[in-house]
Design a protein around this ligand. Structure first.
Ligand code: APR
Length: 253
């Protein structure tokens, strides 16, 4: 099926839906100019790692505990690659769907763009890069740019080590976000989207597989194939923005 025909089929399912979930990853922010993590041009492929370690190890909770300056060095690189970017129309189209039905966004992205674009029900599974907290006194602060921070950054109040409120490799997901995700999944969705993610983690592909097996409408939006490509009801093999625009156009006013 071509993109327009698939978009019409997805729009028909959306028109009848009461509750819709969007599980999103780095691909939805690619059109904001942010690099993805994996794949062509992905940060993990492009970064030069002086220490000869896998990036997943550098960005892990274990390395952060042993050598926070090393982990922070690459967090700075990620932040630098994201600096100055803003939500794009794909984020805004999802937010605007709230006028038609109940929409939940479950995102692995740490850029905060879904909220910024106006989505109100957002579960940030991997946290938010611009929120820092002190490991000693717990003070929290918003930091839009890491430019000028010391390596590693220290708390202005007590001098304790700061870290961004993101999930590093090997760390648990934030409890409240997971609980909310479970509650909303149990309440059920009529349509479940996977947008711009390699769906590398069980908590990303699992709910989409379960929804498919339960006979619900599932949709993948991704120019590349993933573990979910043969599982979903509908697959749009194109970018997030062009795909969502085609769906919303087919949905009509
Ligand atoms: N529109 C939609 N999808 C796109 C686009 C686009 N314009 N451009 C690229 N993609 C797809 C790629 O094909 C790829 O499948 O987005 C996906 C991005 O995959 P990853 O870089 O692996 O990002 P993600 O799935 O979000 O990674 C999950 O892994 O490293 C951790 O914590 C990090 O949150 C991240 C998590």
């Amino acid at each position: 099926m071509d993109l327009q025909a698939t978009a019409r089929a997805v729009a028909a399912a959306l028109a009848a839906a009461r509750r819709v979930a969007f599980i999103t990853g780095a691909g939805i922010s690619a059109e904001s100019g942010l690099p993805t993590y994996r794949g062509v041009g992905g940060l993990y492929n492009e970064m030069t790692i002086d220490e000869g370690l896998p990036i997943e190890e550098i960005l892990s909770g274990g390395t952060f505990a042993r050598d926070p300056a090393l982990t922070w060095k690459y967090i700075f690189e990620i932040e630098r690659a994201c600096r100055g970017a803003a939500p794009n129309d794909a984020h805004r189209l999802i937010a605007a769907l709230e006028r038609r039905c109940e929409v939940w966004v479950v995102t692995q992205n740490v850029d905060g763009f879904h909220r910024e674009a106006g989505s109100t029900n957002v579960i940030e599974l991997h946290g938010n890069l611009s929120e820092l907290f002190c490991l000693v006194c717990g003070a929290r602060s918003q930091c839009r740019t890491f430019d000028g921070l010391a390596l590693p950054p220290r708390c202005a109040d007590c001098g304790g080590l700061l870290r961004p409120d993101v999930v590093l490799f090997g760390e648990m997901l934030p409890e409240r976000a997971v609980r909310r995700y479970e509650i909303e999944m149990t309440r059920g969705f009529d349509v479940v989207f996977s947008v711009g993610t390699t769906a590398a983690f069980p908590y990303v592909y699992g709910p989409v597989v379960e929804a498919s097996e339960a006979g619900l409408t599932t949709v993948e939006i991704n120019p590349d194939r993933t573990l979910l490509s043969d599982v979903v009801t509908h697959r749009l093999a194109a970018g997030a923005l062009v795909s969502l625009r085609a769906i919303v156009d087919a949905l009509g006013p």
